[in-house]
Ligand binder design. Structure first.
Ligand SMILES: NC(=O)c1ccc[n+]([C@@H]2O[C@H](COP(=O)([O-])OP(=O)(O)OC[C@H]3O[C@@H](n4cnc5c(N)ncnc54)[C@H](OP(=O)(O)O)[C@@H]3O)[C@@H](O)[C@H]2O)c1
Length: 371
């Protein structure tokens, strides 16, 4: 998938000391004029000003793709900016310029970055609260695959889901980016996973690559409910303590109905709403919307079950909580992520189309040459 000609990179700073490099740089970005269709996303050149107060400038070597990038470009993501925007929620690279009041960082530091859009670029200015040093033995691609999806897994599994040792936890899309981090979190917690995927190919991959017991890896097919029951029997459990789900749609009810008393259903997405075209299909969307599962809170009281929902963008906005959140995430999920597909930076649309197809395992990344 890699193999395109490398793009010319933004120039390195001429001053090796900590003084602010005041020059504006030319950079390459993927920009969409207005959300609506992936076909509107264009690779363009623009100017990046010097980093502001408390910001650093990062030359990007790898960009992590997220399912939300596709929703955002199609105009289906609630946090999508109005008007033109650069997609991208995470990246990794090297610090090439320091703004004032950035004493914790040095030129040349290898960092992973959480962005509130703007990550599909070969250079970016970011607030220092949203970057972390890359663990020594990780590649840039692994680092770009970490912040959003690992934070999501930590927040949903441990913080909201309160999963503990011995808990039986259902993970939807378990072979995907977030899903593999969630399995790693459950391994650290010594909880018992039930991994759900959309195809037999992914099921076999999880059994072979992650060593999961075959009875605990379930395909969402016609026998989905019966297979969930079999997985619960395997764990000698009568219900799930936690369900971690970003598929929703038809996947929801069978899992919700099998929550144990005091069980927590953590809902954080609706991949089931995703179609296959560059732009959303209004009829498909309307049908998914009308058929979406709905819950009556009063009916949940006698069942002793809870439903929690979250969007990580909210956590990004709590800048003071980010350092501790990332520390907790790295403690829970210390291993580098699995990269399932690599593309050159100028192949972003091909990469997004592959992710949209729902067949990828682990993370899809865009890579830029490291000089
Ligand atoms: N709320 C938040 O803050 C937050 C943060 C990060 C991610 N998310 C959500 O978490 C989910 C996973 O994100 P990710 O970036 O790690 O992606 P991913 O899991 O690597 O890829 C998405 C997966 O969704 C599943 N899927 C179900 N229905 C689909 C459909 N109609 N079309 C395509 N795929 C479909 C597919 O796996 P299977 O068929 O195997 O299930 C697919 O591989 C996404 O829904 C995303 O929006 C939410």
């Amino acid at each position: 998938m890699l193999g395109c000609m490398p793009l010319p990179r933004p120039s390195a700073p001429s001053n090796p000391d900590r003084s602010q490099d005041a020059s504006t740089r030319e950079r390459h970005v993927w920009r969409i004029q207005s959300a609506g269709s992936l076909a509107n996303l264009k690779l363009v050149t623009d100017s990046l000003p010097p980093p502001g107060v408390g910001e650093v400038q990062v030359r990007i070597h790898a960009v992590g793709l997220n399912f939300a990038d596709i929703f955002a470009c199609q105009g289906l993501y609630s946090a999508t900016p109005k008007g033109p925007f650069i997609p991208g929620l995470e990246a990794a690279g090297t610090i090439v310029s320091l703004g004032s009041e950035t004493s914790n960082w040095q030129l040349g530091d290898r960092v992973m970055v959480l962005t509130r859009f703007g990550g599909y670029a070969d250079a970016i200015n970011v607030p220092q609260a949203t970057l972390w040093p890359i663990p020594n033995d990780w590649t840039f691609a692994q680092a770009a695959a970490y912040p959003v999806q690992a934070l999501t897994a930590w927040y949903g599994i441990e913080r909201l889901g309160n999963a503990r040792k011995g808990a039986v936890v259902l993970v939807q899309s378990a072979a995907g980016g977030v899903g593999l981090h969630a399995l790693q979190a459950l391994h650290s917690l010594e909880a018992k996973p039930v991994a759900v995927v959309g195809s037999e190919r992914k099921r076999q991959w999880l059994i072979a690559e992650r060593g999961l017991a075959p009875q605990t890896v379930v395909v969402r097919d016609r026998e989905y409910s019966a297979k969930l029951d079999a997985a619960l029997r395997f764990h000698r459990a009568s219900g799930f303590d936690v369900v971690f789900d970003a598929v929703y749609g038809d996947a929801f009810r069978p899992a919700f109905d099998r929550l144990a008393p005091e069980g927590r259903y953590v809902l954080f997405g609706a991949a089931d709403f995703m179609g296959s075209g560059a732009r959303p299909n209004p009829l498909r969307l309307l049908s998914s919307w009308l058929r979406r599962p709905k819950l009556d809170p009063l009916a949940m009281i006698p069942l002793n079950r809870g439903l929690l929902a979250f969007n990580l963008i909210w956590l990004w906005e709590q800048a003071d909580r980010l350092p501790e959140s990332m520390r907790a995430t790295l403690a829970l999920i210390p291993s580098p992520p699995h990269i399932g597909a690599r593309f050159a930076f100028d192949q972003a649309i091909e990469a997004m189309t592959l992710l949209q197809g729902g067949q990828t395992t682990g993370k899809v990344v865009l890579e830029l040459p490291v000089e």
